[in-house]
Design a protein around this ligand. Structure first.
Ligand code: G3H
Ligand code: 13P
Ligand code: ZN
Length: 289
């Protein structure tokens, strides 16, 4: 059932577990996330990127998410969130259609600009009693990884400064904060490291729920330590894409004459559900519905 994200994250922070924020862009991924949440009796955040919204259109995607949340998922708390909102018109659309929370990602801007842009969105969202996630320090994608390897950018410099983070939250009154502590968007086993000391320092100074992005590729012990050190939600996208792709490949390579899209995609949906269930158990949000 759709509930305010404040309910989900306040409880997670108080009880010391993390909620998975899983990216979706279609029916099958959303089904997998909701079914997993039900099977594990877990709260869950379903989120869409700007490109996912552009892929379908906001009403369709929002309809799929809310419908499944309020039917299949009616016994578990579910919130809908915009991930990495950079375009003000898309953020405003999400607020208009009824997302529970939006992410204003002005992390590549200077501190003062990030504060100013975040405050503009916070003002709009708070009028409708929605929560806002802002981002301080930048979480890279694979293009960033190339620059890291060539030495063009330095991971340390991209990371969130704990004192700045406290100042940012005080100035903006933002509800949740995405922090950069060493993870990268995508699956880069061995390269991604969580700076747990920095994370702990941030958590000591910042009292709003902290969001860890770029979760795919991290190990269970790293997740558990990050949760212990103060993370309340963790974003996962790539792990589901990999589960989808692997199951699809296996299915169409073994049943070569299959033409029904539902049968072609069913193993992928099941594989993503299994991945979400595994993740929920690592995050400790099972039986917290
Ligand atoms: O943060 C990035 C997410 O994985 C979304 O990626 O823009 O390809 O939907 P996307
Ligand atoms: P991954 O693709 O690395 O799981 O990152 C997802 C994410 O942070 C979405 O905002
Ligand atoms: Zn992210």
């Amino acid at each position: 059932m759709i509930v305010p994200i404040s309910k989900i994250l306040t409880k997670a922070k108080r009880q010391g577990y993390a909620v998975g924020a899983f990216n979706t862009s279609n029916l099958e991924i959303t089904l997998a996330i909701v079914r997993a949440a039900v099977a594990q009796k877990s709260p869950v955040i379903i989120q869409t990127s700007q490109s996912a919204i552009k892929y379908s259109n906001i009403e369709t995607l929002f309809g799929i998410m809310t419908n499944l949340a309020n039917t299949v998922g009616k016994k578990v708390p579910i919130a809908i969130h915009l991930d990495h909102g950079k375009d003000f018109s898309i953020i405003k659309d999400c607020i208009r259609v009824g997302y529970n929370s939006v992410h204003i990602d002005a992390s590549l801007e200077k501190f003062a600009t990030n504060v100013r842009l975040s405050k503009q969105i916070i003002k709009l969202a708070h009028r409708k009693k929605l929560w806002v996630q802002a981002e301080l320090g930048a979480i890279l994608g694979k293009e960033g990884l190339v620059k890291l390897k060539t030495g063009e950018i330095n991971m340390e410099e991209m990371m969130t400064d704990p004192v700045e983070a406290a100042d940012f939250v005080a100035q903006t009154k933002v509800d949740t904060l995405a922090i950069a502590v060493g993870t990268i968007h995508g699956h880069f086993k061995g390269i991604e490291k969580v700076d747990q000391v920095r994370l702990k320092k941030i958590a000591n100074l910042v009292k709003v729920p902290l969001i860890l992005h770029g979760g795919s590729g991290l190990s269970a012990p790293v997740f558990k330590k990050a949760i212990k050190n103060g993370v309340s939600a963790i974003n996962i996208d790539t792990n589901l894409r990999i589960a989808f792709r692997n199951a699809l490949k296996k299915n169409i390579n073994t049943k070569t004459d299959m033409i029904d899209p539902r049968k072609i995609l069913a193993p992928s949906t099941d594989a993503m559900q299994a991945e979400v269930e595994k993740t929920i158990k690592i995050f400790g949000s099972n039986n917290k519905a």
